[in-house]
Design a protein around this ligand. Structure first.
Ligand SMILES: [Zn+2]
Length: 270
């Protein structure tokens, strides 16, 4: 199927209580666990850890991971992470591209400002922020980019935990409060989807059956859950920008840096 022929909007589906389903990753591959639809964030619940560590300029270590996951549990959200068909216990690789490569992804974000600026210019970020009710100026967005960069330098300097250790330890410590999805098959993503509806998510299983795989980030749902964390409005909106640039850097590391063509972004507004 040609990418430009696919109507991505038709592949978004509604599910009751979607926010309480353990989140899966933005990864486009299908899974076989009991939840057919799940919210999709960067590395599942790990997305919250990465954003928190940058916002609060704290090391991305197990202490940080455990504290964010405990908070999510206390708000009645289960933890969601995943492994994939290319996992390798010996090499401590989970096959979650985001969790395994987080140090590389953060480094791209810190060092490749030109690439990020070109892929996500201020006008694109402004148009996304608008659907969160925020009218930001170019100056304000530039300030956020600058702040993020400084925080990233700090976090990277402290050393970053990555790989299957995070998933194995989460299983040990959180037991049935954490769900580990198993993703099947190969990466065949044809687009990068950004979902700005909090009622629907991308129907990954259906999309795979139809042969049109895509990455998907449920940014509105992420924001809805993040609001539980007693953040200021400025921190919440900075988290939206941070999620966007993290998503772009992830695409670069998992697609473009592997010699594949950059994927087009499609924004779904519900
Ligand atoms: Zn993943």
């Amino acid at each position: 199927m040609k990418t430009n022929k696919i109507n991505w909007s038709n592949l978004f589906s509604k599910r009751d209580q979607l926010q309480f389903v353990p989140p899966n990753c933005v990864d486009g591959r299908a899974w076989s666990n009991k939840y057919d639809l799940a919210p999709q964030f960067l590395g599942g619940s790990f997305h919250f850890v990465v954003v928190a560590s940058i916002l609060w300029q704290k090391a991305l270590d197990w202490f940080m991971i455990e504290s964010v996951f405990k908070q999510l549990n206390s708000f009645n959200y289960k933890i969601g992470l995943h492994r994939g068909s290319h996992k390798n216990a010996e090499l401590k690789v989970s096959d979650c591209g985001f969790v395994d490569n987080i140090a590389v992804i953060l480094k791209v974000l810190k060092d490749n400002s030109d690439y990020i600026l070109k892929s996500l210019p201020n006008r694109k970020i402004k148009s996304v922020l608008k659907s969160f009710g925020a009218g930001f100026s170019d100056y304000e967005i530039d300030q956020i980019r600058e702040k993020n960069k400084k925080a990233l330098a700090f976090v990277l300097n402290k050393g970053v935990l990555s790989g299957d250790k995070i998933i194995a330890k989460t299983q040990d410590v959180f037991g049935n409060q954490a769900v580990i999805y198993e993703l099947e098959g190969e990466h065949r993503e044809q687009a990068v989807l950004l979902n700005l509806s909090e009622l629907k998510t991308f129907d990954t299983l259906k999309a795979n059956q139809l042969g049109c795989q895509a990455f998907n980030l449920d940014l509105k749902m992420f924001y809805k859950i993040l609001k539980n964390f007693k953040l200021t409005n400025e921190q919440l909106l900075r988290s939206v920008v941070l999620s966007l640039v993290l998503y772009q850097a992830t695409e670069k590391v998992l697609v473009e840096d592997k010699g594949k063509k950059a994927l087009p972004m499609f924004v779904f507004k519900g």
